[in-house]
Write a protein that binds this ligand. Sequence first.
Ligand code: SF4
Length: 377
Amino acid sequence: MAWTRRQFLRTVLSASAASAFPTLALPYSHRFPRESDPADESLVEAWHYEKLPHKKIRCTLCPRECVIDDQERGYCGVRENRGGVYYTLVYGKPCTWHVDPIEKKPLFHFIPGTKAFSISTVGCNIECKFCQNWQISQIRPEQSVDYVASPGEIAWAADATGCASIAYTYAEPVIFYEYMYDCAVEGRKRDVRSVMISNGYINREPMRQLCKVLDAVKIDFKAYTERFYRELCRGHLKPVLDTLVLLKQMGIWFEMVYLVVPTQNDSPDEIRQMCRWILQELGPDVPLHFTRFYPQYKMRNLPPTPVKTLERAWEIARDEGLHFVYIGNVPGHRAESTYCPSCDRRLIYRIGYAVEVEGLRNGRCAHCGREIPGVWL
Ligand code: SF4
């Protein structure tokens, strides 16, 4: 049998990619996981695109809106035009999964202390020079050892491992949109919730539809300047702001992470302007996590973020009136824990991923009775 170019590349490249992102061995099933067959060319048609003359298409899933010729792919590398029909190449083909604490995402106001069955495929629709998961986000399907897992199997595995949620995470779940959506639907049948860990670089209509099947979203908000998005992420700021406003309008629970990159997005003025925008457009209750940068990928020339810089950002955010501000990637820091904005008593004690819910009763502060926003057990 003659091999296609894809089959050849997958075979040649898979050995090197296999060790780049090891997966957790799940002890309970002989069916899951199983490796995908290089000859498996089963594809699922994309849900968000327009047909154009001469077998071209325009992808309408994310703000790039790639216009793609027949037999070509979009920027993210996991969607392909075949004869004027657009397909996702990664449906049902996760490249990795882990059972993670929900705090690792991080989601701090979403059923704390529970586990999230975390999956990803390869690919991303932006390129952050400091990406922590570049080994899978910046490659194409041929360069990965993928597995085969239907949405029903993912929901089953989440349930079987005692996970309260499925997390779409690590690389960018926007680019495996259809798979994420169907996994979330299957999860609901088993009372397993779904959370999306995303850059927020998605068009309005696909995000609006997705909100119907998700239970929470975490947005990695890269910076409050167009320069940062353009030069360090190959993206744009405005679509992410629009997504945040949409999430607020849709009423879905969401939290924001701001990775503080020394000299790039750490100026007090930028952080203050961002906090004012959050307060005005999203309100004071959206949790904001300032997390510590470590040198990664193409940004190994900068040092880790000084803890004092994170503390300064935290003070600015609190000073501007945000109620729930956290410091991340500094285990044991006081600002890992949740405090009541009214009486300042500690509600959820955290050290790293160790969690103790100590002052929360039925979604309220156990001391003063103030309602604490979030999704609680
Ligand atoms: S999802 Fe991929 S193909 Fe579609 S517009 Fe975004 S980068 Fe382009």
